[in-house]
Write a new protein. Structure first.
Lengths: 326, 321
């Protein structure tokens, strides 16, 4: 049994005729010790998918129209409030994009870590354990830093505190929603190294959300690419980065300037991500797709396994493929 | 004569306990920066947050007052000029900002946002000429003519950034300071804006000072790249040379920290420890020495100056050869 299994998740905002579907028929599994990256542009539904795993999306305005999210075989969507409290920060730990906004500004960081311990591991809620956790995430002089308020720490240090807090409860699955987007590249490199080291030492699974394909290559085992609420491609990381199959994945990779690349012009994706209220018919990517066919605007393609472990939502993935990336 | 020449520019901000008390300390946001930029050239400016790159850009556009130093645009010193003399010359220098939402007035339709610049500099002599010029600008940045009466909230982030560029272009500037113009955009839209900036440069020969924290973007768009650390320039040179063979240990670490897409890359990563020190009390000697793996004794005492290590490639490091 996989640690996390999302089956045909459908998430709407609003009701009845006004409902906007943010996540449409999404399925994803994460095994024990596995790191999966969820990639996509803003508004594609990646954050709400991750938040749904701990059921942190407020309902209303959101509304689950179908599907299951099984954590250790139990459906999160059917859990009572008490069960959810155990899952949140227990089996499932979370870190978010803006560490400054996620920490409480009026409590010392040591006390905030201890609070997480009190809730989930009351017998371990000691100063010594707080210091051990801070040391685990690479904070020097933990006895002094534990007495700091969040504003006294830099962005990188705040994110380390957030990670320490998430680890306090020994989660089996860590949800990291763009954990390095607000940080500088040198600090980002520190945090990614830390996460990679921790998941190996602690054997955690991780769902990492990012829009940076470079980070994906650094840390992921498997990648799921989302576009407009749907997964359009999922594959083991090396296969996907070396030979992307879906036109969107390919366009996404080509539109990022590469270091020491020699292209004089970047390949662009025309237009912009469609809004939830104005989804194109048929394939949702077809208005922006460079290799669209005449029937792309009519039939919505399904996610099909085209090679072992490689799922693609495009019937024409094999059409005029570029030579393999070296 | 270069389009832009900057000599020994300093911007220091006072830290004052109260509005009338004497400053307790100074934040040396920009501390002795010199460089030049030719017309039609793009100079990339990179550095981590807090290194002073935005302050430098704003000082060049005279949006913050420089503490010391000279800025020459077309041979005229902007720092030795009264506000009334400065105003007509502001036409030459425009800015495009990072946040395309915060930098457009939400209560103005596009025709006003772009037309305001034309009115201030009296560039349109009749209502008809004004409308024609606005339409011409909209087309130049890839917006539809029917957008002219819409308000900023009706546009996506990429479209808003196009409006910001059209506004800057309205007064036919010679230099545009682009302060992180693509950082807030999705990657697919980012590529559109970068291509647009390059096309506009080819058509009209504008110079860009392109500020970004993303070295890959900067390398792509720039001919030369300048790297800042704690208010000082640590390396400047041809983009290819700086990115492929960086000489300063900080530039080396910065480049190695960028995650690469290729999963088989065998690149060695230099992970810098710690954070950027506070610019209120910068470290003695070389500002980078507390985080530098190669620091020697003299790095703690002697401040390194920019010196030429190869033609057109300058580095501020005692150890670079």
């Amino acid at each position: 049994m996989p640690l996390l299994e999302i089956k045909n998740l459908k998430l709407d905002f609003g009701f009845n005729n006004d409902a906007l579907r943010a996540v449409d028929d999404l399925s994803l599994t994460i095994g024990a010790g596995e790191t999966v990256c969820l990639v996509g542009e803003s508004g594609c539904g990646k954050s709400v998918t991750a938040l749904s795993i701990a059921r942190l999306v407020p309902t209303p305005p959101a509304h689950y129209a179908g599907g299951e999210i099984l954590v250790n075989g139990r459906d999160v969507l059917k859990m009572s409030k008490r069960e959810l409290e155990k899952i949140r920060g227990g089996v499932v730990g979370c870190i978010f994009q803006e560490p400054g906004a996620s920490l409480n500004p009026v409590f010392r960081v040591g006390a905030q870590i201890k609070e997480a311990l009190k809730l989930h591991r009351p017998q371990a809620a000691t100063d010594a354990e707080v210091r051990r956790l801070l040391r685990l995430v690479g904070i020097a002089a933990p006895e002094m830093r534990a007495r700091d308020y969040p504003h006294q720490l830099s962005g990188g240090m705040q994110q380390r505190v957030m990670i320490a807090m998430a680890l306090a409860t020994e989660p089996k699955l860590l949800l990291a929603d763009e954990p390095t987007t607000a940080l500088d590249v040198t600090i980002q490199a520190q945090i990614i190294e830390l996460l990679r080291d921790l998941k190996q030492r602690l054997g955690m699974s991780m769902l990492l959300i990012t829009h940076n394909l470079g980070i994906v290559g650094d840390i992921a085992d498997r990648v799921a690419v989302m576009y407009a609420g749907q997964i359009v491609e999922t594959a083991p990381v090396r296969d996907l980065l070396r030979r992307p199959l879906h036109p969107y994945t390919r366009a996404l990779m080509n539109s990022v300037p590469k270091l020491a690349g020699d292209a004089s012009r970047l390949t662009t994706i025309p237009g912009s991500v469609p809004s939830l209220g104005a989804m194109p018919t048929g394939c949702r990517f077809h208005p922006r797709c460079a290799q669209r066919q005449s029937d792309c605007s009519q039939t919505a393609p399904g996610l099909v396994e085209v090679e072992p472990n490689r799922w693609v939502r495009c019937p024409y993935w094999n059409l005029n493929r570029e030579p393999e990336l070296s | 004569m270069k389009l832009l020449e900057v000599h020994g520019l300093k911007v220091h901000f006072p830290i004052q306990p109260g509005p009338f008390s004497r400053p307790r300390a100074w934040v040396k946001a920009v501390d002795g920066v010199s460089f030049d930029l030719a017309s039609g050239e793009t100079l990339g400016l990179v550095g981590e947050s807090g290194c002073g790159k935005t302050t430098l850009g704003r000082a060049i556009a005279r949006l913050v007052e420089p503490t010391a130093g000279d800025i020459f645009v077309d041979g005229e010193n902007l720092c030795r000029m009264t506000e009334s003399d400065l105003r007509p010359r502001r036409r030459k220098l425009q800015m495009v900002f990072q946040d395309p939402h915060g930098s457009l007035d939400p209560r103005m339709p596009l025709s006003e946002i772009i037309g305001e610049a034309l009115d201030i500099h009296r560039l349109a002599h009749s209502a008809d000429a004004r409308r024609k010029r606005i339409e011409q600008l909209l087309l130049a940045v890839g917006l539809d003519l029917e957008h002219v009466d819409r308000y900023p909230h009706e546009f996506s982030g990429g479209q808003r950034q196009r409006v910001g560029i059209a506004r800057a272009l309205a007064v036919e500037p010679k230099l545009i300071v682009c302060d992180e113009p693509v950082s807030a955009l999705d990657v697919s839209v980012q590529a559109q804006i970068i291509n647009l900036l390059q096309e506009l440069q080819e058509q009209s020969g504008i110079g860009y000072l392109f500020i970004s924290h993303d070295l890959a973007v900067v390398e792509h768009i720039s001919r030369r790249v300048m790297v800042m650390y704690l208010g000082k320039v640590v390396e400047i040179g041809e983009a290819k040379a700086v990115v492929q063979a960086p000489r300063h240990p900080y530039t080396q670490a910065l480049i190695s920290a960028i995650p690469v897409v290729d999963p088989d890359s065998k690149r060695k990563r230099i992970v810098l420890s710690g954070d950027v020190p506070s610019p209120i009390q910068p470290p003695s000697g070389c500002p980078f020495h507390p985080r530098c793996a190669m620091a020697e004794l003299r790095c703690k005492t002697e401040v390194p100056v920019l010196r030429e290590v190869a033609p057109g490639h300058q580095v501020a490091c005692h150890l670079a050869s």
